[in-house]
Ligand binder design. Structure first.
Ligand code: PA5
Length: 435
């Protein structure tokens, strides 16, 4: 199924694992929950803003975000994005998928560092060391404005900014938060930070196509208009009530059918290191949306061929509750061929001379898929021609729509995360927070 120019969904590797007629039955249910979703008659109906983000964002809003991103980039060689979970994963995933993460960024705009993604002192120290005496801007993102991890990291970075820039420090901060509520909104008002708003009806893990993702991505030089255009095209595709024409509904229906057959862990497997963070974003999206009331597919990820040498044994031969979804990219963006060597070279690679690594990787995918299906793992694939901003935007929207339908098929609210509060309550009790 060609879902978007250059994105194909292949479900043939699941057919032997689903009872006959299962998909026909699920097609009807998926169409019904999707219609409820469109009409806002579903659980979590207050958080459906993500559905229309790519369609409603105006040209001038995109231009304003791009212009602000340009001003951030002009301020210095380092941008520190502070946020956790849905407030940073999307931007980090897009950056990495487009080859703009960390060290790869040299000469392409500011180096983007992430802080507040945990409480590890050594990790934060490395960010501070990396900034060193270079000029920097901090983009602090928190919808609630009260999450401990980014709040602590921001306090430290804000102090550093004040030491460095004195009364100009506030010009080095962009805050992305709720329109009126929360400590970050209050602080931004007090200090005079530039601000962007996270819409009330858009939850963290669905917010990458809101200013949460778009502002830092614009600052990093990413084509945010292309990203949104890809998502907008996919949104149109994913409005179809016809299962075979709708990759999000098809993906949701197939994985739900497999879940009912006992496949309770899904591995999103790629053959490209640049996709590792997109896989992490997908894990949050699916884990936090579906894992409720004792239900849900556990989302895992693997990057091949690397992880074939670690997890490969289990996937091939371990407990048979795994389903696998491959994310493949035909053209990686670099062309490297196996060079010719002297005849009879001892490495035995003569049969590969002249082959590109992309071709070899494609064969690794095909071979792995065949082996895993034979080993009892139902496999689906999203096959991408290439990774560009449009394709990444399209894929993001596809997964957002899929998880919404999938969660509703499971009869859970895909848009809340009540379970995340428990650790916070325990941690705050131990830390002695007054309230
Ligand atoms: O998806 C979610 O809602 C969460 O991952 C949040 O994004 C995360 O907990 C951060 O919350 P906040 O943006 O309020 O700091």
């Amino acid at each position: 199924m060609e879902a978007y120019p250059g994105i194909r969904l292949d479900i043939t590797g699941t057919e032997d694992f689903l009872p006959p007629g299962e998909l026909d039955e699920l097609a009807g249910t998926a169409a019904k929950v999707a219609a409820d979703l469109e009409q806002g008659r579903c659980a979590g109906a207050d958080f459906l803003g993500w559905r229309d983000l790519p369609a409603v964002v105006a040209e001038d809003e995109l231009a304003a975000m791009a212009a602000h991103g340009g001003r951030i980039a002009d301020q210095g060689p380092v941008l520190v994005v502070v946020g956790i979970g849905g407030s940073y994963l999307g931007a980090h995933a897009v950056l990495a998928a487009l080859g703009r993460d960390g060290a790869q960024a040299a000469g392409q705009g500011p180096e983007v560092l992430f802080a507040g993604t945990g409480l590890c002192a050594a990790t934060l120290q490395r960010v501070l060391d990396r900034i060193a005496d270079r000029d920097f801007h901090v983009c602090v993102i928190s919808k609630s404005g009260t999450t401990l991890e980014p709040a602590v990291a921001f306090r430290i970075l804000w102090q550093k900014l004040q030491e460095r820039y004195g009364t100009d420090a506030a010009a080095h901060v962009t805050a992305i938060t709720d329109a009126s509520r929360g400590a970050l909104r209050k602080l931004a008002g007090q200090e005079g930070f530039a601000t962007f708003v996270i819409p009330d009806d858009v939850g963290g893990r669905f917010s990458v196509l809101a200013p949460v993702g778009l502002v830092p991505l614009a600052a990093a030089g990413i084509d945010i208009a292309g990203l949104v255009a890809g998502a907008r095209s996919m949104r149109e595709v994913c409005l179809s009530p016809d299962l075979p024409a709708n990759p999000a509904h098809m993906y949701a229906a197939v994985r739900h059918g497999l879940y009912r057959k006992g496949f309770t862990t899904e591995i999103l497997s790629s053959f490209h290191g640049d996709l590792r963070l997109l896989q992490e974003w997908w894990k949050q999206l699916f884990g936090e949306s579906e894992g409720k009331q004792g239900k849900g597919i556990f989302p895992a990820s693997a990057v091949f061929t690397t992880d074939l040498h670690s997890l490969g044994q289990y996937i091939q031969d371990g407990r048979r509750n795994l389903l696998e979804t491959f994310l493949t990219v035909r053209h990686s963006g670099a062309r490297i061929e196996v060079p010719a060597a002297a005849e009879g070279a001892a490495d035995g690679l003569g049969y590969l001379e002249g082959a590109s690594l992309d071709d070899i990787n494609a064969k690794a995918y095909a071979g792995t898929r065949t082996a895993h299906i034979a080993g009892g793992v139902p496999c689906m694939s999203f096959e991408l021609e290439r990774l560009d901003a449009g394709a990444v935007g399209a894929l993001i929207y596809l997964f957002e729509k899929a998880v919404a339908v999938s969660g509703l098929l499971l009869e859970v609210n895909p848009f809340d995360q009540p379970g995340v509060e428990m650790y916070k309550q325990e941690m705050f009790r131990l830390l002695g927070r007054p309230d």
